[in-house]
Structures are given as structure tokens and as C-alpha cells.
Ligand binder design. Structure first.
Ligand code: V55
Ligand code: FE
Length: 485
């Protein structure tokens, strides 16, 4: 077998080139400002980074191996570490020194030697619950990671109580009860319309399970949880076994289909679900959601068409960036109205963006502060393309405040970290990994969450490139002290 050679395609060159290096970097250089000395905790993130050239010649990022990273903050210093997640898939391929798995979520394209092996890549999010750190991708159960060494500890099915084949990478946490609320879609296997909804108590035991059938099979990437309701957004990024058998991309955008919000009381049963329907549109990540007992609000960037250029439009329409521009909007459901009454949508900002986050201490509750990565700010023409701003929104005033990260920058999902335990909502910092595309390396910006437009509190300069990535979370040293083992 020859040494690996990656394709020349856009997905594998430039800033997209696989990194493949597992790094340990002690005391990252701080080139501007000062790292707040009282910040004591770890920023965990995961990126998708192909370890091997793709089996089928080219590939999409979503099919890259999960690489978990930690940035440990203590006494004004930051230590960095990155490790591939040793999924069964990673281990099998490392042994063979080549890719054995084919297209994104299509087992029909795999090498026969890996038939039946878990296809999960743990490449989408890292989160903490009941003293355990998990890396997750929505097609598989989550994988436990050692929070100190980033070693892979193995898949976790909650002692077999996770009866779904899959588990979302976007669980929600109820700050009042410590419960983790989560679900699996394609829960009976790839392309099935089944949803399995779970709640785990603060100790990590699954205490609630309800199975639902969605109006059609689609990517249910994120969902909303409030004190009284759970909401499953069914958005027409559709899948089918026929597509997989034909070797077509797993998902396709269907502009002829309506959107449904499956609304269920917390810990409700299948017979309680109501599917509130509205016309075709796209949304993916949810910033926050809350209810007043009757009206339910879900804040999410919404666009006319799917954001993903690599999932084709079933009507044959070419990818039109203008129609994929997402604007943070509020969906409101009157949960006492019949499902035919649908839901309303109100735009909250004219800054186009994605990767919305909030002060997670207010998850499930009324909130007013949120942040996202932005790619278009009215009146600002800047060199380069893509995510170049951090944008904070204040729902009380309706104001959006932006921070321009620089020419030819690429801003990843921003993350809120409270200034201290008793900090008010939105009082703290925004951490944002920023790719410096012309320098082939990355920075970490630490911004003041109450005024992101100000110069950074600190800029950490990485001598290496942090690959484009997905989601992450902050874990305080106090929480880490409660690790399960
Ligand atoms: C996303 C990322 C994934 C995936 C599905 O929206 C959706 C992001 C990194 O993998 O499998
Ligand atoms: Fe996501």
C-alpha cells in the first residue's frame, strides 16, 4: 500500500487540508491583552479532520474523523491539546492504514470488511453530563472522552437504556433540575422517520423515553427544550433508503415540503404530540427557547433554502447563496391552538449568521442575550467571504453588536463563558476560534460579552491551524472536580 495521498479538491486543500496532527501545546502565546486570571476551566471543542484519503475519491467535511480539543484556562495561562476520537471506525482504519468507510452516512458504499461496524465519527459536539465528557455525532451513541487526557473511553448507551440507534449531538440541559434532554432521529436505523425522546436525570440515568414518528424522514440536527415543552423541528432536508442505494448524497433539499414543529409536553407521551405546520423554509441550530405556559418561543436562524451546498436540491435548482442566507428569527407557537394554526415567524436581526449560542445557564428559560458567527453585516463591505464577525444580540433592545475579526478570517461557533458564578445573564466572555486564512493558522479571541465590538480582552495566537470545526462547550474547574471516575 502506497503512502496516503489526499485529493486536490477544495474539501482537502488550503485551510481545508487535513491536519492529522495530535498536538500538545503548553502555554499558548498571548499577543494582545491579558487572559482573565480568574477564568478556571476548559473549553472543549471538536473538529472534523480526515485521517485518511477518502475511499471514494472526494468527500465532505461532515464525514471527517472527530478530533477533540481542549483549551485549559488557569491563572491567566492556556494549555492546548488535541486528540482524534478512537471510534471503532478510526481504530479499524488505522489498522488498515486507509479509509474503509465510504460516503457520508451511506453504509452501502463501505468496504465489505467493515460491514456492521459502527460508522460514527464523534465529530460534531463535545458536552458534559453527570460527571462524564462526551463527543457525539447524530448518527450514533455518544462516545466518552477522558476530560484530562482526551483519551477515548468508548461508546456509552446509558447502560443499554439508549434504545435508539442514534443520539443527537445537541442535547439540552435544564439548569433547574440538572436533567439532560435529548433524542435520536433515524432512531430505528438510517433514513427511518422514527424519533426517540429521552430525559436523563442529574445522575445520568435515563428516566424518560417516548417514541414518535415524524411526518417524513429528515435531518433533525437540533431541537428546542423549554421548562414545559420539547420541540422537534422537521425541516425538509430529506433522506431515503433509495437515495443511499443509488449512491446519492444522504440528504437532499425538498422545496416542495412543509416544515413541522413536533410539540410535546416535557416527559410527554406519543399521543400528546402536536405537529404545527408551516410553509417550506430552512433552519438548523437553535439559539434558545422558552415558554410562558401557553406560548412557546424558539429562536433560530432561518433561510429560504438549505445552507449546505453538498446536499442537492430535489427540484434541480442550483445553489443560490442569497436564498441560503440565515437571519435569526423567533418562531412562536400557541400550544393551546390546533396544529392547523401553524406558528408565526418574526425576524430578530438583519445580520446574517449561524452557530447561535446563549448563556447556557438560561437554557430552557426566558433569556435575552445570544451570540453567533456572522457572514453579512448591513453596510459593512469587507475582504474575504464567510464568517468574519462575532454578533451578539440583546432581545430586550433588539440591538445586534458585531465584532469584525479581520480580513480573510473565519470565525467558528462563539462560546459564552460567565465572568463568575454569580454573573448576570450575558456578563462574561465570548471565546471564538478564528482561522487566519492567509497565514494558515488560528487565533482564539476572548471578547467582553457585554460589548463584543470593543477590542478583544485577549488574543491568543496559535502557531498551528485549528481545522474548521463545529461545536464545543465550557466546563468550569468546579464542575470538572465532579468527574464520575
Ligand atoms: C452537521 C454536521 C455534521 C452532521 C450533520 O449542521 C450536521 C452540521 C459534522 O457532521 O453529520
Ligand atoms: Fe450542530
Amino acid at each position: 500500500m502506497p503512502a496516503p495521498r489526499f485529493p486536490d479538491s477544495p474539501a482537502f486543500t488550503g485551510f481545508n487540508a487535513p491536519m492529522r496532527v495530535e498536538a500538545d501545546l503548553m502555554d499558548v502565546e498571548c499577543v494582545q491583552g491579558e487572559v482573565p486570571a480568574h477564568l478556571d476551566g476548559t473549553y472543549y471543542r471538536v473538529v472534523a479532520d480526515h485521517q485518511w484519503p477518502p475511499l471514494l475519491g472526494d468527500d465532505i467535511k461532515f464525514n471527517g474523523d472527530g478530533m477533540v480539543m481542549s483549551m485549559r484556562f488557569r491563572d491567566g495561562h492556556v494549555d492546548f491539546k488535541s486528540r482524534y476520537v478512537r471510534t471503532p471506525r478510526f481504530v479499524a482504519q488505522a489498522k488498515a492504514r486507509r479509509a474503509l468507510f465510504g460516503a457520508y452516512r451511506n453504509p452501502f458504499t463501505d468496504d465489505p470488511s467493515v460491514a456492521g461496524l459502527r460508522r460514527g465519527l464523534a465529530n460534531t459536539n463535545v458536552f458534559w453530563h453527570a460527571g462524564k465528557l462526551y463527543a457525539a455525532k447524530e448518527d450514533s451513541p455518544p462516545v466518552r472522552i477522558d476530560p484530562d487526557t482526551l483519551e477515548t473511553l468508548g461508546e456509552d448507551t446509558f447502560e443499554g437504556a439508549l434504545t435508539s440507534e442514534t443520539c443527537t449531538a445537541h442535547p439540552k440541559f435544564d439548569p433547574r433540575t440538572g436533567e439532560m434532554v435529548f433524542f435520536g432521529y433515524a432512531a430505528k436505523g438510517e433514513t427511518t422517520p422514527d424519533l426517540a425522546y429521552y430525559e436523563a436525570d442529574a445522575k445520568g440515568r435515563i428516566v424518560h423515553e417516548t417514541w414518535l414518528t415524524a411526518p417524513y424522514a429528515s435531518m433533525v440536527h437540533d431541537f428546542a427544550v423549554t421548562q414545559n415543552f420539547v420541540v422537534f423541528p422537521v425541516i425538509p432536508l430529506v433522506s431515503s433508503k433509495e437515495r443511499l442505494e443509488a449512491g446519492e448524497p444522504h440528504f437532499a433539499w425538498d422545496p416542495s415540503k412543509d416544515v413541522y414543529l413536533g410539540v410535546l409536553p416535557r416527559k410527554g407521551r406519543a399521543r400528546d404530540v402536536r405537529w404545527y405546520r408551516a410553509s417550506n423554509r430552512f433552519a438548523s441550530h437553535i439559539m434558545g427557547a422558552w415558554d410562558d405556559g401557553r406560548h412557546l418561543h424558539v429562536d433560530t436562524p432561518v433561510s429560504e433554502s438549505s445552507y449546505f451546498p453538498f446536499f442537492p436540491d430535489l427540484s434541480g435548482a442550483p445553489y443560490d447563496p442569497d436564498r441560503t442566507k440565515g437571519f435569526l428569527s423567533r418562531w412562536t407557537v400557541d400550544t393551546q391552538a390546533p396544529p392547523d394554526s401553524g406558528f408565526t415567524q418574526t425576524r430578530l436581526t438583519d445580520v446574517a449568521g449561524e452557530f447561535p449560542r446563549m448563556d447556557d445557564r438560561f437554557e430552557t428559560l426566558p433569556y435575552h442575550w445570544g451570540v453567533m458567527a456572522a457572514y453579512e453585516v448591513p453596510g459593512e463591505q469587507r475582504p474575504g467571504g464567510g464568517f468574519r464577525w462575532v454578533a451578539a444580540v440583546d432581545h430586550r433592545t433588539g440591538a445586534t453588536t458585531t465584532h469584525y475579526a479581520g480580513d480573510h478570517a473565519s470565525v467558528a461557533e462563539p462560546l459564552f463563558v460567565p465572568a463568575h458564578d454569580d454573573a448576570a445573564e450575558g456578563e462574561g466572555y465570548v471565546l471564538a476560534v478564528v482561522g487566519r486564512l492567509t497565514e494558515n493558522r488560528s487565533d482564539l479571541l476572548i471578547l467582553d460579552a457585554r460589548d463584543v465590538s470593543a477590542p478583544p480582552v485577549a488574543t491568543l495566537r496559535f502557531p498551528l491551524r485549528i481545522p474548521y470545526g463545529l461545536h464545543g462547550n465550557w466546563l468550569s474547574a468546579a464542575e470538572l472536580a465532579h468527574r464520575a471516575d
